[in-house]
Design a protein around this ligand. Structure first.
Ligand code: NAD
Ligand code: G3P
Length: 346
C-alpha cells in the first residue's frame, strides 16, 4: 500500500461478522477504520478486549480499529464508507447516515440481498437514500468470502464493481492485501444479483443435504441454480459473464457447499425437519436468503423469469411446503432442453 493510502479515512458501518472482518482486514493493512456497531455493548468489548464476542468470537482484532455507536460521527468526513448491515436494514441505516455524507465520499456496499418492497439491490437502495452521493461514487464488494476465513487471513478472492472504472480501480487498491485478492468489475447489478440469489440457492442446497439426497443432487442444484441466477440477471440488464465470475459461480459454490454458510445451514436444518421459525429463533446472525427468497419470487414473477428452485425455496419458507415435496416437484417438471436461448446468445 502506498503511503498516501495509510492516510485514507475509512468507516465500516455494521459490526456483524463481515463488517468486523473487513475492518480487521483494513486495519491489518495499516489503515485506522472507524467501525459502527449497532449494539452499544460491542463498542467497549471490541475496543478493550479486541474481540467481537457476539459475531466473530475467537478472532484477535487488529489494534487500528476504533468502534462507536454514533453513526453520524463514524461516517462524517470519510473518504470511504463501507455499508455492511443486513440488507433489509440498509435503507434505514444509510438514510440516517445520509446527512453526514458529502459528494466526496465513496460508499461501498458489502451486503448481499434484494429489498422486499422495491426489489432493489443495495446499490439501488443507496442511490435512493444518499442524495449527496453521485452514482460513480457507489460500488459493491462481493464474492466468495466467509468472514471467519478472511479474519484468519486465509487466501480469499473477491470482486469490486462500480459503473465508474476509476472508483473500482481505487477500491481495488484499498482492499487488496497479500492474501486478499481483488478483481475489478463494471457490472455492479450483476455482481449484486449473484451475491443475493446464491443465498437462496444455498438454502436449496442445504435442504438437499439435510434430506440426505446425495452429492449428485447438490451438484445439480448448483448448476441449475446458476442458470436461474443468470436468467434473472439478464432480464435485469446484467452482463451474463458476471455469473461465471467470483460473485456468481464462485460465491454460489462456496455458499452451497461450505458448512460455514448460514444460508446453507438454514436449508440443512429445514431438510432435517426443523421449521423456519425454530431455525430463525435459534440464530442471531442473518441468513439473507430467507428474505431474498421472497424478493426473488415476486421479482421473477413480475419479470416473467423462470426460477423453479428459488420458487420452491419460497414455498418451503413462506407456504409451509414440505422440503421433500419441493424436491419432487422440481424433479417432475416438464422435461426441457438444457441451454435456453437467452444464454446461448452469449
Ligand atoms: N458473514 C459473512 O461471512 C459475510 C460475507 C460476505 C457478505 N456478508 C454479508 O454482509 C451483510 C452483513 O452480514 P454479517 O454476516 O456481517 O452480519 P451478522 O449476521 O454477523 O450480524 C448481524 C448484524 O446485524 C446488525 N443489526 C441487528 N439489528 C440491527 C438494527 N436494528 N439496525 C442495524 N443493525 C442491526 C448487527 O449489529 C450485526 O452487525 C449481509 O448482507 C451478509 O450477506 C456476510
Ligand atoms: O454465511 P452466508 O451464507 O451468509 O455466506 C457468507 C458469504 O456471503 C459467503 O461469500
Amino acid at each position: 500500500m502506498s503511503s498516501g493510502q495509510t492516510d485514507l479515512r475509512v468507516a465500516v458501518v455494521g459490526a456483524g461478522s463481515w463488517g468486523t472482518a473487513i475492518a480487521h482486514l483494513l486495519a491489518s493493512k495499516g489503515l485506522f477504520p472507524l467501525l459502527w456497531a449497532y449494539e452499544p455493548e460491542l463498542c467497549e468489548q471490541i475496543e478493550k478486549g479486541r474481540e467481537n464476542t457476539i459475531y466473530l468470537p475467537g478472532i484477535q482484532l487488529a489494534e487500528g480499529i476504533s468502534v462507536s455507536n454514533d453513526l453520524g460521527a463514524v461516517v462524517a468526513d470519510r473518504d470511504i464508507v463501507v455499508m455492511v448491515v443486513p440488507s433489509h436494514l440498509t435503507r434505514d441505516v444509510a438514510a440516517r447516515a445520509a446527512d453526514h455524507l458529502d459528494g466526496r465520499t465513496i460508499v461501498v456496499t458489502a451486503s448481499k440481498g434484494i429489498e422486499n418492497k422495491t426489489h432493489l439491490t443495495m446499490t439501488g437502495v443507496l442511490s435512493e437514500v444518499l442524495p449527496n452521493t453521485p452514482a460513480e461514487k457507489i460500488a459493491v464488494l462481493s464474492g466468495p468470502s466467509f468472514a471467519r476465513e478472511v479474519a484468519a487471513n486465509l487466501p480469499t478472492v473477491v470482486a469490486v464493481a462500480s459503473t465508474s472504472t476509476e472508483t473500482a480501480l481505487f477500491l481495488q487498491q484499498v482492499f487488496a492485501a497479500p492474501l486478499f485478492r481483488v478483481y475489478t468489475n463494471d457490472d455492479p447489478v450483476g455482481v449484486e444479483l449473484g451475491g443475493a440469489v446464491k443465498n437462496v440457492i444455498a438454502i436449496a442446497s442445504g435442504v438437499c443435504d439435510g434430506l440426505g439426497l446425495g452429492l449428485s443432487a447438490r451438484a445439480a442444484m448448483i448448476t441449475r441454480g446458476l442458470a436461474e441466477m443468470r436468467r434473472l440477471g439478464m432480464a435485469l440488464g446484467a452482463n451474463p459473464h458476471t455469473f461465471s465470475g467470483l460473485a456468481g459461480i464462485g460465491d454460489l459454490i462456496l455458499t452451497c457447499t461450505g458448512s460455514l454458510s448460514r444460508n446453507y445451514t438454514v436449508g440443512k436444518k429445514l431438510g432435517e425437519g426443523m421449521t423456519i421459525d425454530e431455525i430463525l429463533a435459534s440464530m442471531r446472525m442473518v441468513a439473507e436468503g430467507v428474505k431474498t427468497a421472497k424478493s426473488v419470487f415476486n421479482l421473477s414473477n413480475k419479470r416473467n423469469v423462470e426460477m423453479p428452485i428459488c420458487h420452491e425455496v419460497y414455498r418451503i419458507l413462506y407456504e409451509g411446503l414440505a422440503p421433500g415435496d419441493a424436491v419432487l416437484r422440481l424433479m417432475t417438471r416438464t422435461l426441457k432442453h438444457e441451454i435456453d436461448d437467452e444464454v446461448t446468445a452469449y
